[in-house]
Every structure is written in C-alpha cells, then in structure tokens.
Design a protein around this ligand. Structure first.
Ligand code: FPP
Length: 268
C-alpha cells in the first residue's frame, strides 16, 4: 500500500497509454481540463459487501482508487482535486467503522506523504479538524505544514465537513468581524462569504463526480457547487479509475455551460 511501491515516473502519455475499448483519448481536449474536479467517493461499503468482505476492506480499496485519481489529476494538469472523505454526519456510523476510518486516514497520510511531496501536491483540509482523534489531527497538521510550500496541484480533503456547518461558520466569522468593526454589514457580498469558507482562495469545482449512482449532494460544497457540472456513475468508488475519470471529463467537455446566460449556439 505504500506509495514508494507504486510511485512511477509516468508522463501523461505513459500514464494514459493503452486505454480500454470505448475510451477515446484522442477526443480529450487537453486545453479544457476542469480546473477543479471534486469527488464524492461513495460505495466503498457496498463494494466490499458485494464481495463478501467487511466494509473496512472497501475503505482500503477506496484509498487505492484515490491514489490513482490523484496521480491522474496531476498528469492531466488539474489545479484542484477535492474529495469528500468524511462528513459531519458520518459520526453516526458504528464506532468501530469511525475508528477504522480515522486510523486509515492517518495511516494513508503517512504512507502517501512521499508521493504528495514528489508530485509537488499541496494538501489543504476542508472541515473542522478539531473533533478528530489526536493522532489523525497531528498527522494531518504535519502533512499540511510539509506540503504548504508546494506549487503543484492542490488536494483538498473534506474531513468532518458539512456544507451547512461551513456556511454557519462563515456567518459567525462575518458577525464577529462586523462586531469588531472590521466590516460594515452593508458591505457583506458574495466575496465576503466565499473568503470565509474552507475553500477560500480555491476556484469553485467545475466538475463534481459522484460514484455509486446516488443523485444527491449530501451536504457537500452547497455554495461552491452553484455552477458545477455533475457526473454520476453507478461504479462504486473502489472501481473508479483513471479511465472513468477520462469518461467524466469527456462528458464535461461535451456540456454547454451557460452560467445562467444564453445557449452558446444562440450567440452570434
Ligand atoms: C463512502 O463509502 C466512503 C467513505 C465514507 C470514506 C472515503 C474515504 C477514503 C476513500 C479515504 C480518504 C483518505 C484520506 C487520507 C482522507 P460508504 O462507506 O458510504 O459506502 P456505502 O454507501 O456503500 O456504504
């Protein structure tokens, strides 16, 4: 599982060599790769259950997929890859599963830090890390510091994240700044809110991928997803790979993004 075993010196061409039937790499417009791709990594548990394995094995397999998608996004030149790893609602899961996930997060981070360093990836976290077990928080904070000077892709991991909690926090921060006289309430605009979200400074996701076929946002990036394109696949996250990612980007490139304006074909 350690990254030194899987690290490769691949280029875009070698990483995406030999696509399976049905994937048309030549159709990919490399000048129109989404700046920010976000993944709702769903279906680890069902993947495992379908194989007679326990849910923990599904999460471990999900980590392998995440690693492949990180490398794929780096090779594609994506600016930001974000991934929903643990929601504010996930605490309701059985304690054993929560504990395993927290342990896996810490272990994965230790294992993958060399990969993130070699790939010049800067890690940021979306969510309230203060509620995490100390070891997980310590490892995350170490990773944050160790990669803070990196200039390549940003990997934004949503851990103990909930969009409503994020918006309530932004409101709290704004109220505190107003009370301290730092901001006039009349000046509170969209930028003022956006700059107090966990994603401050990052572009909004252009493409949100959800695996396992569910058609919901599940309290994820509610503000940032205002104009995101959605790509839903029935594939469970542990089976999601570089080729499915290419499929998602090809679908994105086929969409007509209007941002509330007129259809492109109607513009003369
Ligand atoms: C959803 O599947 C997946 C999760 C709750 C965890 C995803 C986390 C990872 C892949 C690891 C991330 C790594 C780091 C370092 C942050 P599910 O359990 O909801 O599956 P189900 O819907 O089939 O039950």
């Amino acid at each position: 599982m350690r990254s030194d075993h899987i690290y490769d010196d691949s280029t875009f061409e070698t990483f995406f060599a030999n696509p399976p039937e049905g994937i048309e790499m030549e159709a990919l417009d490399r000048s129109r790769i989404p700046r920010h791709i976000s993944c709702i990594m769903d279906g680890n548990g069902r993947w495992a259950t379908a194989r007679g394995m326990n849910r923990g094995e599904g999460h471990k397999a999900g980590i392998v997929s995440l690693r492949e998608i990180i490398t794929a996004c780096v090779r594609l030149g994506v600016e930001v890859l974000s991934a929903y790893a643990f929601s504010t609602e996930n605490w309701k899961r059985p304690a054993a599963e929560v504990n395993l996930l927290m342990h896996l997060f810490a272990q994965t981070f230790v294992d993958e830090l060399p990969l993130l360093k070699r790939e010049n990836v800067r890690v940021v976290f979306l969510g309230d890390l203060s509620a995490l077990p100390k070891r997980t928080r310590d490892v995350f904070e170490y990773g944050l510091a160790e990669t803070s000077g990196h200039t390549g892709m940003v990997l934004a991991l949503a851990v103990n994240y909930g969009a409503r909690a994020e918006l309530a926090r932004a409101a709290r921060l704004l109220a505190q700044d107003a009370l301290a006289g730092k901001i006039d309430p009349c000046d509170i605009d969209e930028d003022a809110v956006a700059s107090r979200l966990y994603t401050a400074g990052l572009p909004d996701p252009e493409l949100i991928i959800r695996t396992s076929g569910e058609l919901r946002l599940s309290n994820y990036l509610l503000w940032q997803a205002a104009y995101s394109e959605f790509y839903i696949t029935r594939t469970y996250w542990p089976d999601f790979n570089r080729w499915e990612l290419i499929d998602a980007i090809l679908a994105f490139q086929g969409r007509d993004r209007r941002f509330g304006g007129v259809h492109n074909r109607e513009v003369s």
